[in-house]
Design a protein around this ligand. Structure first.
Ligand code: ATP
Ligand code: MG
Length: 742
């Protein structure tokens, strides 16, 4: 444990002043990496050590559960009694308060909390019967309206009273009616949703000042991190909690406000001084996290936002490595570039844990996961389910498994009801019993359903016929065409199309699966069965990873996550991929005009400022989406950053950004020593008889003459990435590629 003098001496002067702030309201407003979170933690420790405040009287609200756990951990290094601190997210604080006092506002004990899926299910039931809501309206749209209303503390009546005739394309009265019915149905089922965790707590505090007083006893000193991302409901909750003792310290950075789309209001932090005219304001101006090169780029970028509070942020660290930018031919080469550099930095002594890959959307993770896997880089994906773990992917692969192996009862049970085909549980049990007695498969039982079931036999035989057809297709088609057939013939696509926007996301993922199969066939000779083996390997790695995480086993791994999830975190090495128009800024933001662009710019700023030592930005010239490759344009943000990064080729050589692509260069340096991609033991067993090092000219029977860019794997598994003029980069398995020297 530190003595209090020790504590403050670990901060700079302004940080120390903020940490020494005792009573009354205070605002710490400062740029990324300036030690806001550090100051907040030290302030808590100092309150206890120096001012004798009991840990029991202190509340700290953070944005994620992970951040709360980390904060507790960091506090426990500074002081004793950290276990008694109340550290949580707004939502978990709400659960705790409502579990204790919810009865006073009519919540029954043991209420359940509805998650997103439950919410959607209920909305689906309700929507059909509301005039003004047509079949084209998705439950997700309605949920969006309800969530936003709740973020703004609006009731159905408030919604009804709003000026505009339509909300998100739905007549105002209809939206209000859906909201009303949803609320009453939810109440009847003794449930509350996520938004309610905040709004109901606010209502409790408003209606029962005596209870508010009790809770205030447990929160005499209140801290809020990432205050720029609070919405109106959270703001009100904070205001009520702090209203008695007024010991409220908030920290935040308006430039990092990235949740406007969920109702966060940047105004909350900007108005803090209006709400609390006696607030002490502390501005931190030194960035301790990032090298000067990284910080300069971040500062340069964010200056392009018109609506902002001007702040100073000076680097404490030296320049360090310049920021690097690389434009790859396509998503796959982009992933390989990242993998190559991860390997290189790892071999230079960086731990996998020190490196992170950040992207705009979870769908971008698949290509990256695969690139990392190919060179055996351990990866952990934060937020978002691993691609091959997603329900729709597993379902379609289960169909495929059953098509090539009718005995796969596990696959059958997974998909017999997806989509629903009128085979109920009772029928299924009978079919299973029959199969077990005859020592045969459930699918065989389905085919013989007429002898087993009194009712609904036809549905089961139809299913057997469907599977027979798919089994024939498996023999006749290549993997991608076959998977497409499965999706279509099974009725799975139709089912998703009826699920509105939720389904649309799943449809996108299925498109990605087709892309994956398409790519796979470009490099492997093989059938759907071979593809399934490879996919199974991928998911078993996923499973291992998930299990390891669940057991809290510390694992060395590169972190993959969205920029949203990276808020507040830091890594020595950061890769930001997909710096392209339509990805960053996202397609959605492009339609929203300047406001949307400014939010995306803040998001990119958050991404950049996660890097401590090295930052890599990448883009692809061609991006595969929906099974088609389209040419992609560099993000406008890159232009804004010009002069603040070096454009590099795959070997790390600096080239001209304007030269559009590094392909025009013929680097003479082979792939770096020490990286796994180059550390290939070439053996004479290679069928092509060549030992590739990278850089060689080769001839391919179909693609013509090309140049080897990278080599991975050994023996029969050896792969080369070859760039062919007019064709682009191709990953080829040497064994099958039929390459000859050119
Ligand atoms: P963000 O805006 O990204 O949330 P932040 O302002 O909360 O950033 P911190 O995460 O608290 O910044 O600090 C960034 C890094 O700088 C941390 O590694 C922290 O330990 C370090 N740091 C901050 N202040 C000091 C200091 N006075 N001396 C040494 N290191 C510091
Ligand atoms: Mg922070």
């Amino acid at each position: 444990m530190s003595s209090t003098n020790d504590l403050l001496s670990q901060l700079n002067e302004t940080q120390a002043q903020a940490a020494d702030h005792f009573t009354g309201p205070a605002l710490v407003i400062a740029g990324a990496g300036s030690g806001k979170t550090r100051t907040l933690i030290y302030r808590i420790a100092h309150l206890i050590e120096h001012y004798g405040v009991r840990p029991n009287d202190i509340l700290a609200v953070t944005f994620t559960n992970k951040a709360a756990a980390e904060m507790r951990e960091r506090a426990s290094h500074l002081i004793s009694g950290a276990d008694d601190l109340w550290m949580s997210t707004f939502h978990s604080a709400g659960v705790r308060i409502l579990r204790a006092y919810g009865e006073h506002i009519g919540l029954k004990r043991g209420f359940v909390i509805y998650d997103d899926d439950d919410q959607m299910d209920m909305l689906k039931e309700i929507m059909g019967s509301i005039p003004g809501i047509g079949p084209e309206t998705t439950p997700r749209t309605i949920r969006g309206i309800l969530d936003r209303a709740k973020s703004n503390l609006q009731t159905p009546d408030d919604l009804e009273r709003r000026g505009e005739p339509y909300i998100s394309g739905i007549p105002r009265e209809a939206a209000a009616e859906a909201f009303r019915r949803y609320e009453s149905r939810k109440k009847a089922q003794n449930a509350i949703d996520f938004g309610d965790l905040i709004t109901e707590t606010v209502r409790l505090f408003q209606e029962r000042p005596d209870i508010l007083d009790k809770v205030q006893n447990r929160a005499q000193f209140i801290h809020v991190d990432e205050y720029q991302d609070t919405n109106k409901a959270q703001y009100e909750l904070t205001r009520l909690l702090a209203s008695r003792d007024r010991n409220l310290l908030v920290v935040g950075d308006p430039d990092q406000s990235i949740y406007a789309f969920r109702g966060a209001d940047i105004q909350n932090i900007l108005d803090f001084q209006k709400d609390y005219p006696d607030a002490k304001v502390y501005m931190l101006e030194h960035n301790y996290r990032s090298s000067a090169s990284v910080l300069n780029a971040a500062n340069r970028l964010i200056e392009n936002n018109a609506e902002r509070l001007d702040k100073t942020l000076k680097a404490v660290k030296e320049d360090g490595h310049p920021v690097s930018f690389h434009r790859a031919t396509d998503g796959r080469s982009e992933g390989d570039f990242v993998a190559e550099w991860l390997t290189r930095l790892h071999s230079e002594g960086k731990s996998w844990n020190d490196m992170a890959i950040l992207y705009r959307t979870n769908a971008q993770s698949r290509v990256l996961e695969e690139s990392l896997r190919r060179v055996q880089i351990p990866a952990k994906i934060v937020g978002g389910v691993g691609f091959y773990d997603r329900r729709e992917i597993r379902d379609i692969l289960a169909y495929a498994r059953l098509a090539i192996n009718p005995d796969d009862d596990v696959a059958l049970r997974r998909i017999i009801g997806r989509p629903r085909r009128g085979i109920g549980d009772t029928a299924l049990v009978k079919l299973m019993d029959w199969a077990r007695a005859g020592n045969t498969s459930i699918l065989t039982a389905c085919a013989n359903a007429e002898n087993i079931l009194e009712r609904g036999a036809q549905k089961a035989t139809e299913f057997a016929t469907l599977m027979q057809g798919l089994s024939d297709a498996a023999d006749a088609y290549g993997p991608a065409a076959f998977l497409r057939t499965v999706m279509d013939a099974s009725g799975y696509l139709d089912m998703l199309r009826q699920e509105g926007q939720e389904g649309a996301v799943r449809l996108e993922n299925l498109d990605e699966l087709i892309n994956a199969a398409e790519e796979w066939s470009g490099e492997h000779e093989g059938t759907i069965a071979d593809f399934l083996d490879d996919a199974a390997l991928l998911s078993s790695v996923d499973d291992m990873r998930t299990k390891a995480e669940n057991k809290d086993v510390p694992e060395e791994a590169v972190t993959l996550m969205t920029m949203h999830n990276a808020k507040g975190l830091e890594f020595p090495v950061v890769f930001i991929v997909g710096t392209e128009e339509g990805l960053l800024p996202s397609r959605g933001a492009l339609t929203e005009g300047p406001k949307g662009i400014e939010e995306e710019r803040r998001l990119f700023y958050v991404g950049i400022t996660r890097a401590m030592e090295r930052l890599f930005l990448t883009a692809a010239e061609n991006r595969m989406q929906y099974g088609k490759t389209n040419s992609a344009e560099d993000s406008r943000f890159l232009e804004e950053l010009e002069g603040h990064f070096d454009t590099i080729d795959p070997y790390g050589q600096v080239i001209d950004y304007r030269a559009k692509t590094w392909k025009q260069y013929r680097p003479t340096v082979p792939v770096s020593q020490g990286s796994s991609v180059s550390a290939v033991k070439n053996t004479s067993s290679l069928s092509a008889g060549m030992a590739y090092k990278g850089g060689e000219k080769v001839r391919h029977p179909k693609f013509g003459v090309g140049q080897v860019l990278a080599v991975a794997g050994t023996g029969d598994k050896q792969e080369v990435t070859v760039h062919f003029a007019g064709v682009g980069a191709k990953k080829l398995l040497v064994k099958f590629a039929n390459l000859s020297p050119a």
